[in-house]
Design a protein around this ligand. Structure first.
Ligand code: GAL
Length: 375
């Protein structure tokens, strides 16, 4: 009862705040159709709300900055907010954007399943929504999805491990098994299962043939997830895995879904004595091409990462948003794979690129980093 009363009061406040805006627009000759429902007029101008999850990872800072500057170039103002990885902050920020009458919301969700109510408010206010990088789940009120091919990210990581361990073809008489430990991302991030499923498609035949073995027996995604993608949490889990399941034995490979997690895993491995000539570090994957990890790759510690150019993703979101606001056809390249439980969200997926020591230079050639930064 109490929550309902609070919610009703909150909606009344929202309405009161939104009303002068719709009246002002009507007064300017821009028709507010359907009672209080604000229908943004087509054309340039107005503000785009950019709701990003967290500043602790350098990629989201770049995503926000890139979108702000590219939307500006396309003729819009932006309101960029970070939620400090807290659902309640993100919901409050989006509510505020709706109240201010922003024309479009671009959201990288903290928790893909927690935005149903606030996106209903956006829908009622006539504000379209682009789901950015992470798919928003459980609501019809998401118009488009801009991301990278998430399953391919997982496949690239796993294939790298297979190649580096020289496993060849899955084969019943493949000699001594290599050991691997598996890490997954945040359980509330929808991308986590795409990365995991992509990787498992590649690794499963090697588990089945016995060429790869997970000595901890933690082979299910829910045993391998890392709350908030946190490196410290991954470090503790890796400490535990080494002490409980390895003893004298070696870990040959670690599937890590994200650079911040890889750095934590490497710290645990070093504390356990890995990282010398006689006991080299295992093969370790990653994702995002974060500067700390590229430096680590160049030092010969982390082995691989997946580069997802945030400038291109921002460009995609801006193109989608601009087309949507100008009633032009929105370009998509996937209309089948991203069902959010309520609808299949039309998506544009970009191609991720695998990076190891042999091609970190690509990041300099592409202008993602300056040569001096990688030393
Ligand atoms: C995911 C994203 C990854 C990585 C991770 C942690 O949603 O797709 O690229 O950034 O979050 O921030």
């Amino acid at each position: 009862m109490r929550t309902r009363r609070i919610r009703t009061r909150a909606s009344a406040t929202l309405l009161a705040l939104a009303l002068p805006l719709s009246l002002a627009l009507t007064a300017c000759g821009q028709e507010a159709k359907g009672g209080s429902r604000y229908k943004p007029p087509a054309g340039k101008g107005g503000t785009i709300g950019l709701a990003m999850p967290v500043k602790s990872s350098e990629r989201w800072i770049a995503d926000g900055k890139n979108m702000a500057s590219q939307f500006k170039k396309a003729g819009y103002d932006t309101d960029l907010q970070y939620a400090d990885d807290k659902v309640e902050n993100q919901v409050a920020q989006i509510e505020n954007m709706i109240t201010k009458g922003h024309r479009l919301l671009v959201i990288a969700a903290v928790n893909g399943s927690a935005l149903t109510d606030v996106l209903k408010q956006a829908h009622d206010a006539g504000i379209p929504v682009i789901s950015y990088d992470r798919l928003i789940l459980g609501t019809k009120n998401v118009d488009y999805y801009a991301s990278f091919d998430n399953e391919r990210v997982g496949r690239l990581q796993a294939q790298y491990l297979v190649d580096k361990l020289k496993l060849g073809k899955p084969d019943k008489d493949a000699g001594e098994a290599k050991s691997i430990e598996l890490f997954a991302g945040d359980p509330d991030d929808n991308n986590t299962r795409y990365f995991w499923n992509g990787a498992m498609k590649v690794l499963k035949p090697y588990f089945d043939s016995g060429q790869l073995v997970v000595r901890s027996k933690q082979t299910r995604m829910n045993q391998a997830t890392t709350l908030k993608w946190d490196g410290g949490t991954a470090q503790k889990r890796m400490d535990d895995l080494i002490s409980k399941s390895y003893g004298e034995r070696r870990v040959d490979a670690v599937l890590s879904p994200y650079d911040g997690i890889s750095i934590g895993i490497i710290s645990a491995l070093k504390s356990a004595g890995y990282g010398s000539k006689s006991e080299p570090l295992p093969v370790i994957t990653g994702q995002d091409a974060e500067l700390a990890s590229i430096k680590s790759i160049n030092r010969g510690e982390q082995t691989q990462t997946v580069f997802k150019d945030t400038r291109k993703l921002a460009e995609q979101a801006v193109q989608m948003g601009d087309a949507l606001l100008n009633k032009k056809k929105v370009k998509v390249n996937n209309t089948t794979d991203y069902n959010n439980g309520k609808k299949t969200v039309p998506a544009y997926l970009l191609d991720p690129v695998s990076i190891d020591r042999s091609n970190t230079q690509l990041l300099v050639d592409e202008g993602y980093f300056k040569a001096g930064q990688l030393k």
